[in-house]
Design a protein around this ligand. Structure first.
Ligand code: GSH
Length: 230
């Protein structure tokens, strides 16, 4: 049985879009797995998720999906043509390498996000850790955002970057279908995970308000819920 090592839940979901992506991927692919709660400093590459599958320890969501293809013959993308694969890859990169940083800012730096993140992520920790750790991690994320570049744009500018990503993603999706076709494929695990990560947490901001207004996303979320049996 594959074990999925991930953050503890918050707001009724896994708060990490990458951990949620793998949960959704496993469910779309019909792969049985055992969730295990851990923290990044215990992970092989210092980030979550990672999986254990027998003796194998695999970190990074893309490598986990690749492992499922090579070791278990699971390929949600078998029916896709080259153009659909390329589009899926571009959508995934927009989500993971652009929108992700907007989400980091919205949760950890914006006051509204921080007011929700601090109790949800750290509320259950012993008092010593609960006092020191949150600000330390928040400072680290602030530095990451400045190094990546988005952190230099100011809150309005960062949300505008995320809003542009959401519009591009909505425009690229298959009308009345899934991300790149009539069936859910690998990129849907990422797309749905990021949409849920923006829409479910009780954090009001321009990014979430914009996502809520995109009717294509509302219909897509219903299709994904039906596909997952939720
Ligand atoms: N490329 C990795 C990204 C994973 C990632 O960034 N995980 C974040 C949580 S969303 C993490 O573990 N951060 C902890 C840290 O950087 O200390 C993947 O696809 O799995």
């Amino acid at each position: 049985m594959i074990e999925l090592h991930q953050f503890p839940q918050a707001w009724g979901i896994n708060p990490s879009p990458f951990c949620l992506k793998i949960e959704i991927f496993f469910r779309l692919a019909g792969i049985d797995y055992q969730p295990r709660t851990t923290l990044p400093f215990l992970a092989p590459r210092g980030k979550l998720p990672f999986i254990t599958d027998g003796d194998a320890r695999i970190a990074d969501s893309a490598l986990i999906i690749e492992h499922c293809r090579t070791a278990h013959g699971v390929d949600l993308d078998a029916g896709l043509d080259g153009r659909q694969r390329a589009l899926g890859d571009l959508m995934r990169r927009t989500l993971e390498e652009s929108l992700y940083f907007v989400l980091l800012h919205a949760r950890w730096i914006d006051a509204a996000g921080w007011a929700a993140v601090r109790p949800a992520f750290f509320g259950g920790m012993p008092p010593g850790m609960r006092q020191a750790l949150p600000s330390l991690i928040r400072r680290g994320i602030g530095k990451t955002l400045r190094a990546q570049g988005y952190g230099r744009h100011g809150a309005d500018g960062i949300h505008a970057l995320g809003i542009a990503d959401l519009d591009a993603l909505a425009g690229a999706m298959t009308p009345d279908g899934f991300a790149v076709g009539e069936r859910a494929t690998t990129v849907d695990a990422t797309l749905y995970a990021f949409l849920e990560s923006i829409l479910i947490p009780p954090i009001d901001n321009p990014l979430k308000r914009h996502a809520e207004r995109i009717t294509v996303f509302a219909a897509y979320r219903e299709r994904m819920r039906a596909r997952l049996g939720d």
